[in-house]
Design a protein around this ligand. Structure first.
Ligand SMILES: [Zn+2]
Length: 117
């Protein structure tokens, strides 16, 4: 999480942001990352950074694999990787291990006011 937060604050600084409102991350079902742990780390690490007071939004990404035999792509749980078509257990992981930043929502100086112009 500290890497994610560092990447976000670095981006925000580069954009000249005054603060980070929201960080949206994608977490694969097969990654070893627990959502609770992410949130806890965010709470612990964000004070004193641009992300202080911001929100962390976690999007879970389903695990998907492709059968090496029939090339069928299917989503599955953590421990039941088997092709639904031929039963093959030799499958390539397509997604499910990611921990990546989807987007960040930042405040730029001068866009404080919202509403009619
Ligand atoms: Zn198959």
């Amino acid at each position: 999480m500290s890497g994610v937060l560092e990447a976000c604050t670095a981006t925000a600084r580069r954009e000249g942001a005054t603060r980070i409102n929201e960080i949206r991350v994608r977490v694969g079902e097969l990654s070893e990352v627990m959502e609770d742990a992410l949130r806890f780390a965010f709470e612990a690490l964000s004070p004193g950074t641009l992300a202080e007071g911001g929100h962390l939004v976690v999007e879970n990404v389903a695990a998907t694999s492709r059968c090496v035999e029939c090339r069928v792509e299917f989503s599955h749980g953590r421990f039941d990787v088997a092709c639904p078509q031929c039963g093959n257990v030799f499958c390539e992981a397509v997604s499910g291990r990611e921990l990546e930043i989807e987007s960040i929502d930042i405040d730029l100086p001068g866009d404080r006011e919202e509403g009619t112009s």
